[in-house]
Design a protein around this ligand. Structure first.
Ligand code: ADP
Length: 394
């Protein structure tokens, strides 16, 4: 491809496929989403200024193959956008050996499929568009960008569980997730405050999935998610860290099947399960129900105590970054977390926190807290460009 060709970024989730199209200089041309796949599929796409480019719907049982083919053909036919040359995909898990993105080959695809048992709900959905596009648009180079790759700088001790060596060798290790978001934030912090980026930083990616990452000199050295995206913080519908003895009790004494256990852990726990009201923190903040307050308190408590743990891994803390849906938009949750970090010398500036843009701590705060919007799609586009654009050695 040339540096004026288009790069399509695909982020495939459980019932939706989000996409973004980048042109020359990685300028964003459009963003869109294929939603309600399997029920009432519909597509919408907008320009960066929010202007609607397209809205369309399909009949219920239109398969992903037809939906993707038509969507990619429509994107490619846009008169004022670049010719599409490569597609970058966000892929949940790349295993321990992938420390960066890969151009998809049949061998890479087989390897990624072999990792499905590690993240059975996420990985197949990430791989399906790759397989479909390889058939429908074989001329497009496809690049897989892994959410685990950025964490391969974790020291061995931070990747290990206290399990027998043969089980660990079979894959029972801490992989970490949200790596594309952390990589983007690490780079952005280096642009915003180069000195801080060389220090000790914790990034709080608080979206519907949530995790923390400890960065030392811009590299991941500890993270709260491990073998799967279930562990660590309390999330929208996932519980975060649990005692493994509880799993044994649920399976043996409560007679839960493995499928029931999986559904409970991925879909019915976290803020939703504790509150019985909603997985969306906005609903809980607006509710007067004691259970809503209980869920919020648990969410904040776990973040604060894990910030303590990651500060220990870093040997101190200079910068705390908030990002993703809740981290970028909820001043209330940021204030509660920062109050729990007062012992670290963090002093919030309430006005700056309400603005929620840039530094949100007082000038005399020992730890600087910031809000930095994440951009996982741009990170995927950059990786895709770096693997597919010809190198310039001049
Ligand atoms: P995902 O994790 O699905 O990629 P996001 O990072 O966009 O998604 O985060 C989505 C979550 O962000 C929502 O579930 C919602 O709880 C939260 N959120 C979005 N906007 C706000 C807001 N203004 N205030 C509080 N929470 C918000």
């Amino acid at each position: 491809m040339t540096d004026t060709d288009g790069i399509l970024v695909i982020n495939a989730g459980s019932s939706s496929v989000k996409f973004a199209l980048y042109g020359a200089g990685l300028a964003l041309h459009m963003k869109g989403e294929l939603e309600s796949i399997g029920t009432a599929p519909r597509l919408s796409a907008t320009k960066p200024d929010g202007t609607l480019l397209l809205q369309r719907a399909w009949v219920k049982d239109t398969g992903l193959h037809a939906l993707l083919t038509e969507t990619v053909d429509w994107i490619d036919a846009q008169p004022d956008t670049a010719r599409l040359a490569a597609v970058g995909h966000r892929v949940g898990i790349g295993g321990l050996e992938h420390t960066g993105p890969e151009i998809v080959t049949p061998a890479i695809l087989d390897k990624l499929k072999s990792l499905i048992p590690l993240v059975p709900l996420h990985q197949p959905r990430n791989l399906e568009p790759i397989e479909l596009l390889a058939k429908s648009h074989p001329h497009l180079t496809q690049v897989a960008c892994f959410d685990t790759a950025f964490h391969r700088t974790l020291p061995h001790v931070a990747q290990q569980y206290g399990l027998p060596a043969d089980i660990a060798a079979a894959g029972a290790q801490r992989y970490g997730f949200h790596g594309l978001s952390y990589e983007y934030i690490s780079g952005r912090l280096a642009e915003l405050d180069p000195a801080a980026a060389q220090g000790k930083t914790i990034v709080a990616h608080l979206g519907s999935g949530a995790s923390l990452c400890a960065l030392k000199d811009g590299k991941s050295i500890a993270t709260t998610m491990g073998f799967s995206p279930l562990s660590g913080l309390v999330m929208g519908t996932r519980p975060g860290d649990l005692d493994p003895g509880l799993m044994i009790w649920l399976l043996r004494e409560r007679g839960m099947s493995i499928d029931q256990l999986e559904a409970m852990l991925y879909h019915d726990s976290g803020l939703k399960g504790v509150s019985g009201i909603s997985n969306d923190i906005r609903d809980l903040l607006a509710s007067a129900e004691p259970k809503a307050a209980e869920a919020i308190a648990l969410f904040v408590y776990k973040i604060v105590t894990e910030i303590g743990a990651l500060s220990a891994a870093l040997g101190g803390l200079d910068t705390l970054v908030f990002t993703a849906g809740i981290g970028e938009h909820s001043a209330d949750i940021r204030a509660r977390i920062c109050a729990g970090c007062a012992w670290l010398g963090l002093r919030l500036s309430p006005d700056a926190n309400t603005r929620g843009d840039g530094v949100i701590t007082a000038p005399d705060s020992r730890v600087t807290a910031r809000v930095i919007p994440t951009n996982e799609e741009l990170m995927v586009a950059r990786h895709t460009a770096s693997l597919t654009l010809p190198r310039r050695d001049d």
